[in-house]
Write a protein that binds this ligand. Sequence first.
Ligand SMILES: Nc1ncnc2c1ncn2[C@@H]1O[C@H](COP(=O)(O)OP(=O)(O)OP(=O)(O)O)[C@@H](O)[C@H]1O
Length: 569
Amino acid sequence: MMTEVLSHLDAFATRCSYDRLTSRQLTSLRGVSLVNCKPLSGFQRSAGGFICAVAATPEAQKGPRIERLSPKRFFGFAGGFSTEYELGKQLGQGGFGSVYVATHIRTGERRAVKRMLKKRAPNGWLDPLFVRRILHEVDVYNHVGHSLNTAYLYRVYEDQQHVDLVLELCSGGELWSRIQVNHYTESEAAKLIGEILRTLAQCHARGIILRDVKPSNFLFLSEHIDAPLKAIDFGMATYCNPGQKLDDKAGSAIYLAPEVLRRSYDQKADIWGAGIIAYQLLTGRLPFSGDEGQDVSDRFMSKQICSTRDTNRATLYSELDFERPPWDVLTGGAKDLVQALLRRDPSQRPSAADALHHRWLTPEENAASDRPLSSSIVQRLQRFGTYGRLKQAALRKVAHSLAADDAALMDLQKAFAKMDPEGTGSIRYSSLSAALQDFDLSEPERDQLMADLVGTAMDSAGQIRYDEWLAAMLDWKSVQDSPEWHDWMEMAFRAFDVDGSGTIGNEDLTALLCGGHCVVPDEVDAAIREADLDGDGEITLEEFQQLLTMNSNDALDLFETRLKIASTQ
Ligand SMILES: Nc1ncnc2c1ncn2[C@@H]1O[C@H](COP(=O)(O)OP(=O)(O)OP(=O)(O)O)[C@@H](O)[C@H]1O
């Protein structure tokens, strides 16, 4: 009974943050007695929600009344999917959703839609695990989905029955199906392993752990042999703060790290999964050897059933084989990296960011962070895209204050002037789009990269202002070293606190982000959640400063370049 009450309240509390109820307001609800509320597993920044210890009073045991919630718009996502999209053939089926091709009725653009049935508990409430899974998946897409290594999330819809995630269509099939057909050459494998590690590094830099790193969660964008790889399916992801250890067993058997089986793990567990994939790409089999390990490997690769006990024993104890062919012909660099990724002691395993610098993956001398601006625009746009709407708006505001003659901005000014030869102070989308032709990007990818550049669609009119350009291109870490940084942050805060109340709240952001009328549901809520550490629905100066400072030092080489060989100069 107690468990049932807890799950009622858990789902209810999660929903409450979407109603912008504070923990104080929660406790005032009839029949609910909540103590020690804290943000839901680190997702306070954007998914919101509270985990509360519950004093199960007789009244609380009845649970809050379901009528308080509208199942139709439980999450606050947009409605009207079927008026905007036509559903086509099924692409795939997972444990949590079916994925279809969907065509945008007005533009004819083809996308993938992951349709998940709103799962209900026997009492009619939405199942709390389902609620949390959706929140986590959307949250991770919003954090890292604007990088080229992840399928782009265009929009989320919901109706009475379903939640629909509209995603970039990846039509090249799963990495898994190519592993089964091919053994990759070393350079092909290195490119793919680099792309996987880049996704991990971007997530880990934001405190996210994926917990389901396996070949079927990476899809090729197209059928082209060199098509980029995109990560999908973040339903298992969660947050893990520095120093924290998770203890729940989550993931797919053969890719689980030893420490996950021992129930004390952090982001390094994802690296093990990447190591198993790397091994498969290079050899077409699993690393486990000895009688038992070999049996697990053979069964798994030929899609026969393996018992959990045998799989776990192989992960924990089997010798890892780096002797048999093709290891005799693979280079020392490949062996060295894969061995490092598969160290059983997680403290000896490299982080994703460190692994990316391994000599086998980055043979060129020229690290991405040293590249000139002209060849790192794509990386800079992705990095900016992974910041939330509020942070993007705040950085634009600060960029506006930077001195026009600052020598550190010279390169950025020059690049801007090249696209604005008449000195109008704005560049056209078409000019930037033309500049992006030098990069090996699909047309939707070009549009995705530019989507985050301007403040609101209303004021853009197809133009990008200098401050918008600066905000996206700048290395903000260096700006933060300026003695004026704190003044600039405070100035931006005061400007955003439109009603002068001392905090930034709902009305301030409605005015700021959508000129008083937001058409995208949840837009303002999501912006508040970006910074609202204590979940009270308001952003204080301290919370605002923390938002502006975190993640600003993301190295550019965490992001894909996609530079065409011909234009590396
Ligand atoms: N963006 C996409 N483009 C094309 N196909 C996709 C896309 N996303 C998912 N698919 C296909 O749909 C399948 C199921 O998707 P996904 O893994 O996200 O679902 P799931 O229910 O979360 O799965 P799981 O049971 O592994 O957690 C994928 O294996 C893939 O074949």
